[in-house]
Design a protein around this ligand. Structure first.
Ligand code: NDP
Ligand code: 2IT
Length: 455
């Protein structure tokens, strides 16, 4: 290989690399999609940096250090024995202990967890904190299960996970289907089994080592990032109409921060459809929805029965007219057609609060139309960022107050934004946040791996 190469050669190397990744990961479309999104921006960046090619850095980065899968048996309330599959993907520990959430959802499989672990590696690097990348979960469906069933499942899941994690090894947290209730059950089981009280999970209750602002961090951080993108491009978040999908932890806190910054959250959704409030949801309505989804575990359609200015619709919210969109439910929830509809309706900025919510076709459409596009690894990094701060507080056996954590979160989101600008700046047109976040996340992990030799 020559020391530097042209655009055509770069494209050839990218294609050859992706052929290899696709061949080595059969039946894992989400993982291949996530690797492509990173590789398509890293290959041009390293075209004149032969050291990365010579050390096969991208090949090594696309291979998880370890994938653990295990049986999770549990007993339901009728006495039936049930069996699920659990995983922990320990993707990359170059810059710190593996760190990343656990997802409980019937769709969970190895492809989804590998995509999430791969993304997490770059995201965690962007936070500036010493955290490697990991992800785990189970194909368990918490819907319709009693608290006791969820507790028995969590205890069984932790009975195996315990041997693979630790405060300096791997520190899981929540994700879809894993919130405060599940983290409490799992932390309690870890503590019983190891007879140690350590910061092995984040997102814990405030009574037992949790950090203030962790619950709010992902959604709040996403809207800080959206505001920063708009301000960078001489616009403002005030008065903006914002489409939000999902109605879980991330979506409801994103809606709340929109409201606090003077924007109008118009929609929220779940897997059954979306609710629309053309006046923008109020804090009272958001609180009611938090309780509906997080405590009573109901369906989002019930919000339309409760509030006269809220309507329920099947499908996804992307055809509603608005200025900004913050997809906050799950992967691949915005396709190219929906992106085209948003562009036609005048949407100016997208902030991916969920992980990989936009299909590649949608990303391409937004980039071509010069819509401001905030990629997930940057936009939703506030969650794991405050998890990192929870780890620091646990190690030092202290707890910081809410104002301090709010300030740290806001500063972290500003620094991440500025790193994206540094690496994705462009003399013409808007900042390329996609390239900026991938490159900024890549450099630190790659350079750490190079220091270790061929690992
Ligand atoms: P929650 O479990 O709290 O909420 C998930 C929401 O998304 C629910 O409204 C759920 O609807 C909806 N949803 C989930 N899967 C699907 C699906 N296949 N189709 C349609 N709707 C779906 O999860 P979070 O809010 O924590 O996570 C949301 C997203 O944010 C995920 O992509 C996650 O990876 C990402 N994220 C989360 C972080 C965190 O700190 N929690 C940090 C960074 C990213 P229903 O109730 O019908 O299932
Ligand atoms: O996707 C994510 O960043 C998370 N689910 C949060 C991970 C964490 O360790 O807080």
């Amino acid at each position: 290989m020559s020391k530097t190469h042209s655009g055509t050669k770069t494209q050839e190397y990218l294609e050859r690399y992706m052929e290899g990744v696709t061949k080595r990961n059969p039946g894992q479309p989400e993982f291949v999609q996530a690797v492509y999104e990173v590789a398509s921006t890293i290959f041009p960046y390293i075209a004149d940096k032969p050291q990365y090619h010579e050390s096969q850095i991208l090949e090594r980065m696309a291979e998880p250090e370890r994938v653990i899968s295990f049986r999770v048996p549990w007993t339901d309330d009728n006495g039936n024995i049930r069996t699920n599959r659990g995983w922990r993907v320990q993707f990359n520990s170059a810059i710190g202990p593996y760190k990343g959430g656990l997802r409980f959802h019937p769709s969970v499989n190895e492809s989804i967890l590998k995509f999430l672990g791969f993304e997490q590696t770059f995201k965690n690097s962007l936070t500036g904190l010493p955290m490697g990348g990991g992800k785990g979960g189970a194909n368990f469906n918490p819907k319709g299960k009693s608290d006791n069933e969820v507790m028995r499942f969590c205890q069984s899941f932790m009975s195996e996970l315990v041997r693979h994690i630790g405060p300096d090894t791997d520190v899981p947290a929540g994700d879809i289907g894993v919130g405060g209730r599940e983290i409490g059950y799992m932390f309690g089981q870890y503590k019983r089994m190891t007879n140690s009280f350590v910061g092995v999970l984040t997102g814990k209750g405030l009574e037992f080592g949790g950090s203030k602002m962790r619950t709010e961090a992902t959604g709040y951080g996403a809207i800080f990032f959206l505001r920063n993108m708009l301000v960078q491009h001489k616009d403002t978040i005030e008065g903006k109409k914002v489409l939000i999908s999902g109605s879980g932890n991330v979506a409801t806190h994103a809606a709340e921060k929109c409201l606090q910054l003077g924007a109008l959250p118009l929609t929220l959704s779940d897997s059954g459809g979306f609710v629309h409030c053309s006046d923008g949801f109020t804090q009272e309505q958001i609180d009611w929805i938090k309780d509906l989804k997080g405590v009573r575990r109901g369906r989002i359609s019930e919000a339309a029965d409760e509030f006269s200015n809220v309507t329920f619709h099947e499908g996804r919210p992307w055809n509603v007219e608005a200025d900004c969109a913050v997809p906050s439910a799950t992967q691949n929830e915005v396709n190219a057609e929906e992106a085209a509809a948003m562009i036609k309706n005048g949407v100016k900025a997208i902030a991916e609060a969920a992980n990989m919510p936009c299909e590649q076709g949608a990303v391409d459409a937004f980039m071509d139309a010069k819509v401001l596009f905030g990629p997930a690894k940057a936009v939703n990094a506030g969650g794991v960022g405050v998890s990192g701060l929870e780890m620091s507080q646990n190690s030092a056996r202290i707890s910081w107050d809410e104002d301090e954590l709010r300030r740290l979160l806001e500063n972290m989101m500003r620094d991440i934004h500025d790193s994206c600008v540094e690496f994705g700046g462009n003399s013409e047109g808007p900042i390329n946040y996609l390239a900026g976040s991938n490159i900024a996340g890549f450099v630190k992990v790659a350079d750490a791996m190079m220091s270790y030799g061929h690992v």
